[in-house]
Design a protein around this ligand. Structure first.
Ligand code: SF4
Ligand code: ZN
Length: 726
């Protein structure tokens, strides 16, 4: 450890802890010790403090205890002549810094300045952590770069951001250099900021850097099964699983050193573009701890090398930046050069399997006007026909692959895509068109991505793009016929009609004993993988996370227990689960990793169950918010009385069938009800209670369990007449 760094970091830590202590004191004088202290919408309290000490900071008084602990961690400031042979002292100072910064930031939510202002986003809610966490699980995001300070000019900031985006790395931004921050530089250049574009402005204060590390601490607790208070495991988990690093941009002062020391404890190295003392020997980080004086052009690749990140980017030959990080980018009306569909013109997308003799791989044809033929502000119809062929191709894979068109096209910077099938909506931005992006590039993208993603099941792909009204109408008519046949096929796919289910163990990298069992009538709890997806995924990658499970002998038809499934789950859960029922939330229910779209919980007084979706921020009748419930349902263990499910599973005929089925549902948020209303109404008619959906209470009718019961009595909810649920 360089003595200069050690003493700078320690001095910085003293300053930050002192600042936290003062701020806290003022806040207590104003509001008293019992004043609530929290980050909004999270079950993880102040996450770094919680994960390292187990202390649930809920009031100002709790923060006082933490400050005392932080002070104990502060080592004496070494004089520059004393050489510190090991990192320990500075690391402790780094941890003290992070605790103090969490308190400083949380107090801002009480006394201001509000962390959510202008471009700044402040603390991420649990919804965001889970949504984004899954990208770290499925590998679409390899890690994050905590960018501290500002680049030498706006152009450099944009270049570095784009480079990180193209490598799918999240960009977390905080602090400033000479009064400027990287996020402000990007905003000045008109770059879209936010979680959707992976360019996340946390805050301009140095203390906002703590949100980056807090993200890492929460990932460890929500996906890694790390128990609060087990600081050592939290740090190790991050070192091994989360590929993050700090980019120190511009001058590095003592406070920034102190934050760098905190990051080193997580195994995250610091790469600086200024000449600061280096810490090279290997220790806590995979390679070096601090590497300095790296020119801006090399800083991203240096960081990736130092953190030991493996990045795979497939090159797609289009004249605009391309990658998942551009998926969330919007193209506003004023910036649109040309648009297609979206109620303004006819549009359709169709992927079909054809005979190999009919496909010439890589052939892309455009029938009708190209972008050069139309003026800015034009609207064109659009028909995209993707024809694929291959020995392992099956008709069942068509919808799976077709759905990817949405993602693939959105990956192009300056292209916006929404919807699918016969209701897509596409925009090309002026910038994209100026860079040379053409309609035929839709074909280039689809050809390249279909090969890279589905190369194992298809050999050849060609794309026909129509932009004249007659051809688009004709394709749309043909497609609608095909969509109808597909829907009918899906309707006949039942759990009984197949002898094989599929596993999904994608989330085991975060929840080591969790396994989703995916059947035709029950998709994975994250909502992202249905039975057909898993079947295709197995063909694509036979040793991957989706394995076939032969059902074998039926042990209990009602509960949904099969010998083959039990055996598989036992093995895949590392011998922790012996029995699994697909259709019950009471008897050996399915476990949850943490990615569920919805949590279903028993409301004992009502003889029924409630369902709450991740997006719903309010209190629920069981006395817990979604975020709190999530804390007790996740982690790969069976929790009778609670299950995590996908939204669509609520409308499945197999939804808690053994416990009484849909008739048990007594409460759900209004938004969720409306989202799946068609499906629910269809089921309601089937069970002979056509007006059932309106008997389910929402937050508008009831907030407590008692109120739900009153509502049920008023409308005559069928659960009241059912056998006791427990
Ligand atoms: Fe994770 Fe289950 Fe979704 Fe697979 S299906 S990604 S295991 S939640
Ligand atoms: Zn998961």
């Amino acid at each position: 450890m360089s003595k200069i760094i050690a003493s700078s970091a320690i001095r910085g830590a003293y300053k930050i802890v002192e600042r936290a202590e003062k701020t806290l004191k003022t806040c207590i004088e104003k509001h008293g010790r019992d004043q609530k202290l929290e980050f909004p919408d999270t079950a993880y309290y102040l996450p770094i403090i919680y994960s390292m000490t187990g202390i649930k900071v809920e009031k100002l008084a709790d923060a006082e205890i933490v400050i005392e602990e932080a002070k104990k961690l502060l080592p004496p400031v070494p004089s520059d002549r004393v050489w510190l042979p090991y990192l320990g002292a500075a690391l402790d100072a780094g941890i003290a810094t992070l605790w103090a910064e969490e308190i400083i930031e949380a107090i801002k939510y009480i006394d201001g300045p509000s962390p959510v202002e202008g471009i700044w986003l402040g603390a991420a809610s649990d919804v965001i952590i889970r949504e984004r966490g899954i990208e770290f699980v499925d590998g679409t995001a390899p890690g994050f770069a905590a960018c501290v300070g500002a680049c030498k000019d706006n152009k450099t900031a944009v270049r570095i951001a784009r480079e990180l985006q193209e490598k799918n790395i999240y960009v977390f931004m905080s602090a400033s250099t000479d009064g400027k921050s990287m996020a402000e530089q990007l905003a000045e250049e008109g770059v879209d900021l936010g979680w959707d574009t992976r360019l996340v402005p946390f805050g301009k204060d140095i203390s906002a850097t703590v949100y980056s590390l807090g993200f890492a601490a929460r990932a460890a607790m929500s996906f890694g099964g790390v128990q609060p208070g087990d600081g050592r495991r939290m740090l190790l988990y991050n070192k091994n699983r989360v590929f993050a690093f700090v980019l120190a941009l511009g001058e590095v002062d003592e406070e920034k050193y102190a934050n760098a020391a905190g990051a080193i404890s997580f195994g995250f190295p610091t790469i600086a573009d200024t000449p600061i003392p280096e810490i090279l020997p290997r220790g806590i980080c995979t390679y070096e701890h601090v590497v300095s004086n790296i020119p801006d052009e090399e800083i991203v690749s240096k960081a990736i090398e130092v953190r030991g990140l493996k990045i795979t980017v497939d090159k797609v030959d289009v004249p605009v930046p391309f990658g998942p990080a551009f998926e969330g980018e919007r193209v506003r009306k004023e910036n649109t050069y040309v648009e297609f569909g979206g109620n303004k013109s006819e549009a359709v997308e169709l992927l079909v399997m054809v005979d190999p003799s009919e496909v010439e791989d890589g052939k892309i044809e455009v029938f009708g006007p190209e972008v050069d033929d139309v003026e800015e502000g034009s609207v064109l119809p659009l028909g995209v026909l993707v024809e694929v062929a291959g020995r392992k191709m099956q008709q069942d894979f068509e919808p799976v692959m077709e759905r990817q068109i949405h993602y693939f096209l959105n990956y192009a910077s300056g292209v916006f895509h929404m919807g699918q099938r016969d209701i897509p909506w596409v925009r090309f931005s002026k910038d994209a068109v100026k860079s040379g992006f053409k309609i035929r590039h839709i074909g280039t993208i689809l050809h390249a991505k279909m090969h890279s993603q589905f190369g194992n099941i298809m050999d050849k792909v060609q794309v026909k793009i129509y932009t004249n009204p007659e051809d688009v109408s004709a394709l749309r008519r043909r497609a609608r016929e095909i969509f109808r046949t597909r829907d009918e096929r899906l309707g006949t796919l039942t759990d009984e009609s197949v002898d094989t289910f599929y596993s999904c163990t994608l989330c085991q990298s975060f929840a080591p004993n969790h396994v989703c069992v995916v059947s035709p009538e029950r998709s994975g709890l994250c909502g992202a993988y249905n039975w057909l997806d898993c079947k295709a995924s197995y063909e694509i990658n036979p040793t991957g996370p989706n394995q076939p499970i032969k059902k074998g002998e039926t042990i209990d038809e009602t509960l949904g227990i099969w010998r083959g499934v039990n055996e598989f789950v036992y093995r895949a859960s590392n011998q922790t689960l012996e029995s699994f029922s697909a259709y019950s939330m009471i008897v050996n229910p399915m476990t949850s990793c943490g990615c569920f779209e919805v949590i279903v919980a028993i409301l004992p007084m009502t003889n029924g169950v409630m369902a709450v979706n991740r997006e719903y921020p309010g209190m629920t009748p069981c006395g817990m918010k979604f975020s709190t419930l999530a804390g007790s349902v996740g982690g790969g263990i069976q929790t009778p009385g609670f299950i995590g499910v996908s939204k669509f599973f609520i409308g499945s005929r197999k939804f808690i069938r053994a416990d009484g089925g849909l008739k048990r549902l007594v409460w759900m948020p209004k938004e969720l009800k409306e989202e799946i209303r068609d499906l629910l109404e269809q089921r309601a008619r089937e069970i002979g209670i056509p007006d059932f959906v309106d008997k389910i209470a929402t937050e508008e009718e009831a907030e407590t369990e008692e109120e739900v019961l009153e509502w049920m009595q008023k409308v005559g909810h069928p659960a009241l007449e059912m056998e006791p649920i427990m």
